[in-house]
Design a protein around this ligand. Sequence first.
Ligand SMILES: Nc1ncnc2c1ncn2[C@@H]1O[C@H](COP(=O)(O)OP(=O)(O)OP(=O)(O)O)[C@@H](O)[C@H]1O
Length: 238
Amino acid sequence: MTGREAPAITVAGLRVQFGAVEAVSGVDLTVGAGQAVGLLGRNGAGKSTTMRVLAGVVPPTSGRVEVCGRDVRTEPIEVKRLVGYCPDVGGLVPRATPWEHLQLSARLRRLTDWEPQARDLLERFGLGDVAHRVTAGFSHGMSRRLSVVLAALHEPAVLLLDEPFDGVDPTGVEATMDVVDDARARGAAVLISTHLRDLAVQACSEVSVLRGGARVATVEAAAMAGEEGARAYRALLG
Ligand SMILES: Nc1ncnc2c1ncn2[C@@H]1O[C@H](COP(=O)(O)OP(=O)(O)OP(=O)(O)O)[C@@H](O)[C@H]1O
């Protein structure tokens, strides 16, 4: 299968073991080009670990994980090139400014003509005024916003957003929704892990629910909306 024919994200029978802890014990997931899928589940369900495997940060213990047809195990550099990843925590250098983060990211990815896109993203996320301030003093929401900006800079084929809405105010949420919509419009695949069910419904076409490291359901996002969706979600959480 060539990269062009493959789904943007393929996860089949993923297991991840950390010593005695089985963080992921059977996740299957497919995200096609132009699709956004939400990952829901309780704390410790395995959402971030699944994201980390897709980002090439954590190796799978077993299973098949591919990004645009590239195996995360055998083609990690190519996978990192294809993916834009907003981790759930960390990832920012306290002594560096947003602009320096963007410069570094652009250099590592050998991007050219990236500055207009970087300025546009910083403005959209309300970070224009702090572009040259070190991130050490950033609030949680500001750091989240910058992490989304960094994930989106190179217009990746696969956008992985882990808790992008956590502690983010409504304008930041709106900017993130725009980034997701833009990504889908240019044919990228988006995977969003969040505890905010309503925002997952808003951003995504499908939602997968993880429980105890395994996928228990994949449903149309609309099925998770409102009071009825809340009941359906609670039933899936067990
Ligand atoms: N590096 C690690 N070493 C040991 N255990 C880990 C490690 N990373 C994750 N785990 C464990 O794997 C399980 C799944 O964690 P994960 O962070 O993937 O869950 P999550 O669904 O993202 O949770 P949350 O919603 O709280 O962010 C948890 O039991 C966690 O303690």
